[in-house]
Design a protein around this ligand. Sequence first.
Ligand code: 5GP
Length: 179
Amino acid sequence: MKELAEILLTPEQIAARVQELGAQITKDYQGKNLVVIGILKGALPFMADLIRQIKVPLRYDLMAVSSYGASTKTSGAVQILKDIEMGLEGEDVLVVEDIIDTGLTLNYLLRNLQARHPASLKVCTLLDKPSRREVEITPEYNGFVIPDRFVVGYGLDYAERFRELPMIGVLKPEVYQGK
Ligand code: 5GP
């Protein structure tokens, strides 16, 4: 990929970790009513791969929230653009995110979902940038802890581009500068 300055995670590394996460989740959710909620658009490839590594019956739904524009900085303002269709009362809910950065998006989302009275509410994120956290959130399942770099690929975008890349990497600075 000519726009990438560096590859942080190869498709093979991602697949191996997704398999481990799926195995852990399978163990933890035996006999439970698992509902997986994927957060659009970034979590889509991760969620699609993860659910096929979870060997307990589950249902899934999708939610879209917005906190970022084309810029790489969070505004902190979260909006629900698309809500899930199923009720969550008494369900064991696992939220699947692409990345936790400041934690503001997830903080808002978890409060919103908690108000729907699930039996349990946990988080599985593919990537975590703990150095940037502004609110205390610790995901129960965490694919990779990464440094404070803006990453793209495997669902993660820059201005809606690069989501389709099979790897996760760091963009060359000239891409931001529109050269
Ligand atoms: P938070 O509210 O935790 O700061 O931000 C979470 C959201 O910001 C993620 O779901 C993602 O959409 C976006 N985000 C945070 N860091 C990155 C990054 O390094 N790359 C990309 N493409 N999006 C990011």
